[in-house]
Design a protein around this ligand. Structure first.
Ligand code: OOG
Ligand code: MG
Length: 262
């Protein structure tokens, strides 16, 4: 750690104000080049604590930068995790106002809910699948608080991995007898195919992303709780959206999820 508690709190409040005013700032490592990954997660934790104090349910979790497409697009090579505010969750068919966002992009994701908690080290795909209650198709809407979506790993971790909101398909599926690596994922914007992938594009298997999260959290003395939504990360590159766009993600046997932007 290089930042003191006062700086962590100040940076957390600044990033939260940026999110709420929907006006981008330069990445925080420009002013704090010495900050490390522990500082970055401490700032994210401080934002989470403020939202929890305000009454938000912030138990949900997300992985990010878990596919080659995302890594190439953002130029950041390591998977990262963040938290989800359940108040930002929507059902398929939702209409999301772009006025509250800076420069939203959509991602096609597979979401997991576990029936029992998982904590690393040593968690693998088999442990995740055995602990999975259900999976569901999802669209994550990301909205970096940084100008032009330009950041490095520590800046984006502090900014809660660009999390803005998410939309879930209506069909929940058990994983027994199914192969999540083979799920074919197609994203359409206004009817036109804009990105495609398979489940295997997420770290070889979407459950590998959840396993990595359990191991990353375990290293910090935390666990993935049972019963909370966990996003495994965008399978394709993220696609920019503006008011008037309609986005549809088709995840084969996992079902479809739709969102529109006003
Ligand atoms: C960081 C968030 C990445 C994902 O699914 O890869 C993410 C970003 O690209 O802004 O949510
Ligand atoms: Mg994502």
């Amino acid at each position: 750690m290089h930042l003191d508690q006062a700086s962590i709190t100040t940076l957390a409040r600044q990033l939260l104000a940026t999110e709420r005013s929907a006006t981008a700032v330069v990445k925080i490592t420009d002013a704090h080049p010495a900050m490390d990954i522990d500082d970055a997660y401490a700032i994210q934790d401080a934002i989470r604590a403020i939202k929890a104090e305000e009454g938000a349910d912030v138990r949900g979790l997300k992985m990010g930068l878990t596919s080659a497409a995302k890594i190439v697009q953002m130029g950041v090579k390591e998977p990262i995790y963040g938290f989800l505010d359940s108040a930002t969750g929507h059902a398929s068919g939702a209409v999301i106002a772009t006025s509250a966002l800076i420069h939203p992009k959509v991602e096609a994701e597979i979401a997991f809910v576990l029936r029992r908690p998982l904590q690393g080290p040593g968690i693998g795909i088999d442990e995740v699948l055995a602990a999975t209650d259900y999976v569901v198709a999802a669209i994550e809407v990301i909205d970096s608080r940084y100008e032009n979506f330009r950041f490095d790993v520590n800046s984006v971790i502090a900014d809660n991995t660009s999390a803005a909101c998410y939309v879930l398909g209506s069909a929940r599926h058990a994983v027994a007898g199914r192969d999540l690596a083979e799920v074919a994922i197609t994203m359409r914007r206004n009817g036109e195919t804009v990105a495609a992938a398979t489940g295997a594009d997420v770290l070889g298997h979407p459950a590998a992303s959840i396993a990595m999260l359990a191991n990353m959290l375990g290293a910090r003395g935390r666990a993935i709780p049972a019963g909370v939504l966990v996003l495994s990360g965008g399978a394709t590159e993220a696609i920019a959206v503006t008011a008037g766009d309609a986005v549809s993600v088709d995840c084969g046997w996992l079902g479809k999820v739709d969102v529109a932007f006003s």
